[in-house]
Design a protein. Structure first.
Length: 344
């Protein structure tokens, strides 16, 4: 029903408008007594065989929502009713920012893909803190943290540390995002010296707490093998707990959409089916080179159970999706978890 009727109707409207509308509808829908229970009964599969324990956290199942869907920490509990085992909120920055000019989110239906150049639009860290304090999380929450666009790279460490401090008691794990292609000069933070400085500063704060929180690094899928080798070195040297592989891609290879359409859209990060293999290769390389010692959350091009199994077989311990939720519909987590049970 979703793919035959609902999705074609939604795709008649601009994607960012649809996203805002869906978020609003979810808030209204799940405020109705009994509705959350009905959704959990239909979509959630709670079986001990699905549980995964990673960096000290027991995840009820390995399927999560990637950062970017719940950008304002407003619907994490709602999304859990669709069977997801964890929700990553953000990316959040210290100060509110409107992001890049609209339009900034585009569909490529022929490729089951999206191109976005949102630019970390969010209401800022204080808004996130208020939301998380007001609505107690009933699902595992990851906090995806970034820097403000107008913060110079040499001061980026300040932004990351501020977000880390503010969210420390409110999320279960952190993801340091230095790989978004839509923030000016952010790619420079992926160089070894800059990245090590940011991660060491965060870990210095982490070690002073009564109990450390897991910290992961989100990387781009466009890194070369030598750059991935550096990532492994940095993760091991700074004592990080894992890697999220991978973010959206700046590439435009293997697209079925017309070159004119893609050129007209312009810059932005590509997600969805076209980056499936690229992301999986990144996961496999990291897993092999680290000899399986670094936990990996696999992201990129998961639109069906086969895509999720591919990531897990390549070495990922958990998977996340965003574009797959849009193209495949609300039952995708259930379908993946059913497949996992059948193969267990």
């Amino acid at each position: 029903m979703y793919q035959r009727i609902i999705r074609p109707l939604l795709f008649l409207f601009p994607p960012e408008w649809v996203h805002r509308t869906v978020v609003l509808l979810l808030r209204v829908l799940f405020a109705i007594p009994g509705v959350p229970h009905l959704f959990r009964k239909h979509y959630c599969i709670r079986r001990p065989e699905l549980a995964r324990t990673l960096f000290g956290i027991r995840f009820p199942n390995p399927v999560g929502i990637a950062a970017g869907f719940d950008k304002e920490a407003g619907i994490y509990n709602h999304l859990a009713h669709f069977g997801f085992g964890h929700i990553e909120i953000g990316t959040v920055t210290p100060r509110p920012q409107s992001g890049n000019p609209k339009p900034r989110l585009f569909r490529l239906p022929k490729d089951k893909a999206l191109i976005n150049r949102m630019g970390f639009n969010n209401h800022g860290i204080e808004h996130f803190v208020a939301k998380l304090k007001k609505n107690k999380a009933r699902v595992i929450i990851g906090g995806n943290i970034g820097k403000n666009t107008d913060t110079p790279n040499e001061l980026a460490v300040r932004d990351y540390c501020l977000c880390f401090e503010k969210l420390f008691d409110l999320v279960d794990y952190f993801v340091v995002n230095v790989s978004c292609p839509n923030i000016r000069d952010m790619h420079q933070l992926q160089n070894k010296d800059s990245l090590t400085e940011i991660l060491r500063a965060i870990q210095d704060i982490n070690l002073k707490k009564d109990r450390k929180k897991p910290v992961l690094l989100k990387i781009a899928p466009d890194l070369t093998h030598s750059q991935l080798d550096e990532v492994i070195e940095i993760v091991q040297a700074t004592g990080l707990d894992g890697i999220v592989a991978a973010n959206t891609s700046t590439g435009r290879d293997h697209l079925g959409s017309s070159k004119e359409r893609v050129t007209r859209i312009g810059d932005g990060g590509l997600s969805g089916r076209p980056i499936r293999e690229q992301s999986t290769r990144t996961i496999a390389y990291l897993h092999e080179q680290s000899k399986g010692t670094i936990p990996i959350i696999g992201v990129g091009g998961i639109l069906d159970p086969a895509g999720a199994m591919e990531k897990l077989n390549a070495g990922a311990s958990l998977v996340q999706l965003y574009t797959g939720f849009i193209y495949s519909g609300p039952a995708i987590a259930k379908r993946i978890n059913k497949t996992l049970l059948q193969q267990s």
